[in-house]
Each structure stands twice: as C-alpha cells, then as structure tokens.
Design a protein around this ligand. Structure first.
Ligand SMILES: C[S@@+](CC[C@H](N)C(=O)[O-])C[C@H]1O[C@@H](n2cnc3c(N)ncnc32)[C@H](O)[C@@H]1O
Length: 225
C-alpha cells in the first residue's frame, strides 16, 4: 500500500455515500477540519492516538475506518507512520481530508477512499494499526464492520463507541426520534456486547478496555503466530 496517493480519489462505490454525504456534509466537514487546524486532536482522539502509538508506529501502515477529515491518520503519519488509508462514506469529509493532507504536505502518504468500509476493506491489504473512532455508532452493521476491520490488522485494532448505560440509551433514543422527524436516515446505533466482541472471534486478543461516562475505548492485538 505504500506510495498511495490522492490520485486514487474517485467516485464512491456505494449508494450509502449519498446518504452519509448528506448527513456528514460540507459544512460539518469544514467545521471539523477547522477545529483540527486550531486545536489539534480532541480528547477522545488523543486517547485513541496514545493507544495506537503504544506499538512501534515507525514505518507503520494505518487504516482509519470512517476517519472523517482524517485527523488521526495525519497525526499517526506525523508520529512516524509510513502511510495511511482513510475509508470514509462521506465525500465531503473525504474532500476536507484531502485539503488537510495537502496543507500538511502528507498527500503522497495518505489514500482517501470514498466507500463503505464493509465493502472496501477486504480489498485494501493488511495494516499495522486499524482505527474506528466514533464510527460503529453511526453504522447499522457494526459486527460486519468490526469483522472486516479485525481481519485487516496484522497488529492492533482500536475502536471507540458510546458507553452503554441507561442514560446513553435514552439520549440515543431521543436523538433517533428527532432524526426520524427531520427525515434523516443516518442515526446512532447501539451494538450488542456480542457484536462488539467480534474481534475476539477473529483471533485478536483484547488488551485494553476503558469505559468513561461518554465513550468506551477498546483495543485488541493479534498474537504472534
Ligand atoms: C461521527 S463521525 C467520526 C469521524 C471521525 N472518525 C472522528 O472521530 O472525528 C463517523 C464517520 O464514520 C463514517 N462512516 C460510518 N460508517 C461507515 C462505513 N461503514 N464505512 C466508512 N465510513 C463510515 C461516516 O461517514 C462519518 O464520517
């Protein structure tokens, strides 16, 4: 995968891109990008970054699934990663990620793929670190997304998602009602423990699990053969 370039930006290979590009749109992409320019990684992304850099990141290949404007990918490249791929359903986020990569001079080390991770990841090869930050909660087939992500890592998989408790369930249920009223088809999902345990079913070993009031972060590694 090394040598990937922004030239591979192309049309989205799934109809989901239309739906997600409407919700994760140009305005929110520009806002996220500007926030990253001014403030760097937010607190949750910093937790994920610190876990990802627990392995030797020098020369590492990074896959960010639903990476939004690609802030984590950029930071992992700056920390020594060799290349990164961001598979993202929203074209607006993909475009904002391209702009940020250019500004940082990292455009030749990041590959921006507008696609559904479930469909695309199997064809991308393998990676040292695979990251799903705040993604599972935006996607209906959480188990499938975790399965392909787990299979794509040679070393570490990290996922963050809303901590499951009565309050978060209640807030998500309210959010879903509001979203339904305004005709929005992307809404938050809570996945079951069984779905979220998928990486262990794919041969990975859980090495980190920390639930804070809002976000849970988990990491798994692939045992040496
Ligand atoms: C809440 S945003 C988080 C973006 C970024 N990871 C962050 O933490 O700032 C969720 C992102 O996941 C993307 N996404 C959701 N399901 C996806 C899938 N199956 N494949 C690729 N991207 C997906 C959405 O388009 C959206 O940009």
């Amino acid at each position: 995968m090394i040598g990937a370039t922004l030239d591979r930006i192309g049309g989205c290979i799934t109809n989901f891109c239309d739906v997600y590009s409407k919700e994760f749109n140009r305005d929110s992409a520009l806002m996220q990008a500007q926030r990253y320019r001014l403030q760097g990684l937010d607190a949750l992304s910093r937790r994920v970054f610190s876990l990802a850099t627990k392995i030797d990141i020098n020369g590492a290949a990074v896959l960010e699934v639903g990476g939004g404007v690609g802030a984590l990918s950029l930071e992992l490249l700056k920390a020594g990663g060799a290349m990164a791929v961001n598979v993202e359903l929203s074209r607006s986020y993909r475009d904002a990620a391209a702009a940020l990569a250019l500004e940082d001079g990292l455009q030749n080390r990041i590959d921006l793929v507008a696609a559904d991770g479930v469909e695309a990841i199997g064809g991308l090869g393998s990676f040292d670190v695979v990251v799903l930050n705040r993604v599972l909660c935006c996607y209906h087939k959480g188990k499938d997304l975790l399965r392909v992500s787990a299979d794509a890592t040679d070393n570490m998989l990290i996922a963050s998602y809303p901590t499951i408790h009565l309050l978060s369930k209640g807030l998500i249920a309210i959010g879903n009602r509001l979203n339904a009223r305004r005709g929005c088809s992307v809404h938050p999902f809570i996945h079951s423990e069984e779905e979220l345990g998928e990486p262990s079913q794919r041969g990975l070993v859980e090495v980190h699990r920390k639930a804070r009031p809002v976000w849970t972060v988990r990491a798994w590694t692939r045992p040496a053969a």
